[in-house]
Design a protein around this ligand. Structure first.
Ligand SMILES: N[C@@H](CCC(=O)N[C@@H](CS)C(=O)NCC(=O)O)C(=O)O
Length: 252
């Protein structure tokens, strides 16, 4: 048995960014599930980005995967962040009521859509091209994101929280905590990093989402994770990037 096989789950995700892998890391951390972040290990131990490339080339069997994050659980491998979270919720307390499974997945996929749009603010033309080569288009894309898409998506999630609160529920799905709350935490943290001016200007529109973010951040295992070196910092390599010219009031 190899070192990674002994330790529960193996997560395959790019080693230097939070990205979509962070949604899975947060869930594994909150669940207290043992896992190895394989690509963050040294190449001498089978890690590094090369480990991801081997998985994409079919090394693990159990079907092909297009892109990380990819989670291995014994003989099973799962990709697509939302699908991984749905899988983990069948094994760990990441969804209060199993009857809410479809609802949770629906909201998670909506967050996935929003993440894609946040990413496209800095890469509106081509994922493979440098930001600097699409900076002017990025300014236009970011302006539309801030004006239309941000209030549409965050307003949707805030409305859900408001309606749930009316029936004495304080989470996004059903009667209690779910992995979708962890994703809400991550998305709000990322927006505050990437667009601090817009976030501060609009924070009064999303008081329940901000309260949820703060409650998630104080969950004991999440707080321990956030204070550890396992939590990578936001940077200009991930989904949420801080380019002042893309933020509200940024240079034109
Ligand atoms: N819909 C997928 C998207 C996966 C994805 O775009 N992964 C990125 C990193 S966050 C990647 O490495 N993509 C490589 C590519 O698209 O070529 C998910 O939510 O997991």
């Amino acid at each position: 048995m190899t070192e990674t096989e002994e330790s529960g789950y193996q997560l395959y995700y790019w080693p230097q960014i939070q990205g979509r892998g962070e949604l899975v890391r947060l869930a594994l951390e909150d669940a207290g599930a043992p896992y190895v972040d394989v690509a963050r290990m040294g190449t001498d131990r089978g890690g590094g980005p090369e480990a991801i490339r081997r998985v994409l080339a079919g090394e693990l069997g159990d079907g092909r995967h297009l892109a990380p994050p990819i989670l291995q659980a014994g003989a099973v491998t799962v990709s697509q962040a939302a699908c991984i979270l749905d899988f983990l919720a069948t094994r760990h307390p990441l969804l209060t009521d199993p009857g809410d499974r479809s609802r949770a997945l629906q909201l998670q996929l909506t967050f996935s859509d929003f993440l894609g749009e946040a990413h496209d603010t800095h890469h509106p033309i081509a994922v493979s091209a440098y930001y600097e080569d699409q900076r002017e288009e990025a300014k236009k894309r970011a302006a539309g994101f801030l004006a239309d898409r941000w209030p549409k998506f965050l307003g949707y999630f805030e409305t859900i929280l408001r309606e749930n609160k009316a029936s004495k529920k304080e989470h996004l799905v059903g009667a209690g905590f779910s992995y979708v709350d962890l994703t809400a935490f991550q998305v709000l943290s990322g927006l505050a990093y990437a667009f601090p001016n817009a976030f501060n200007a609009r924070r009064k529109e999303i008081p329940l989402l901000i309260a949820l973010r703060d409650r998630v951040a104080s969950r004991p295992r999440v707080a321990a994770y956030l204070g550890s070196t396992r939590r990578l910092p936001f940077s200009e390599h991930g989904i949420f990037r801080h380019y002042p010219e893309l933020d509200l009031g940024g240079e034109t």
